[in-house]
Design a protein around this ligand. Structure first.
Ligand SMILES: [Zn+2]
Length: 242
């Protein structure tokens, strides 16, 4: 059996699958990973600060206008469409095999593809809220605001994206939900992440099931613990198998 057949076999025999995905899932929808060398290179040439600085909580507080400029230009990809990975996972959930998608991405493409139980560790660009009265707003409100900084239509305070910035803590309820699903999964498929960024690596520690499957273009520190490792595109592999 080759590795694609093995993966198909494992999926066929389980109804307790959880998927954990990183930036690689979105890059296949042409959303650049600003942590990758190519993304960083471009940003370094056009902006005064590194992305980690511009996407930090203190930068948001002190340089709100510059934050939104960068955020709207580099973090929002409104024309991006779900790829085969997103659609395959939505299908697996629909037929009752997949219990949850845990993602580090903030683009909402899993929901667009039809996934229902999506745990967004770093938040979502589609949710935004007023920092004072907490009124919530969609992405359109942020993007169509005639000023760079979006303001609440009730109380005029700044509207902040519900995205976890550098220096900000992850939401504990979200983390606990992710841990719950990883802990109870029989099969954990991890794709498009090199598993070095917190909390990805620590989440894997909770897995106690039968099959850990890694699908990534490069090696990770967890390759020797996995029952199956496939070095390939996540969209291509899931598209072929499901
Ligand atoms: Zn408000």
């Amino acid at each position: 059996m080759n590795s694609t057949e093995k993966l198909r076999d494992i999926i066929k025999n389980s109804s307790d699958i959880v998927f954990f995905g990183g930036a690689g899932v979105s890059t296949e929808s042409n959303i650049p990973d600003f942590r990758s060398s190519q993304g960083l290179y471009e940003i370094k040439n056009n902006y005064k600060h590194a992305p980690e600085v511009m996407l930090s909580h203190s930068f948001f507080k002190k340089h709100t206008e510059e934050f939104f400029q960068f955020y709207k230009e580099k973090m929002i990809y409104r024309n991006a469409k779900p790829n085969k990975a997103h659609y395959s996972l939505a299908k697996l959930e629909e037929i009752g095999k997949l219990k949850a998608v845990i993602t580090q991405n903030i683009d909402g493409l899993h929901q667009e593809a039809g996934s229902k139980n999506v745990i967004e560790l770093h938040g979502s660009v589609h949710r935004n809220y007023c920092i004072k009265c907490k009124k919530s707003f969609g992405l359109d409100y942020i993007m169509n605001s005639n000023k760079v900084i979006p303001h609440c239509d009730e109380c005029s305070s700044v509207v902040k994206p519900d995205v976890v910035l550098y220096e900000e803590a992850l939401n504990m309820d979200v983390i606990n939900k992710a841990i719950y699903h990883v802990r109870n999964a029989e099969v954990l498929i991890i794709g498009g992440t090199s598993l070095v960024v917190y909390p990805a690596a620590s989440l894997v520690q909770y897995f106690n099931g039968k099959h850990l499957i890694l699908i990534n273009k490069t090696t990770t520190d967890y390759d020797n613990r996995a029952s199956l490792v496939i070095y390939d595109s996540i969209g291509k592999i899931l598209g072929e198998v499901i």
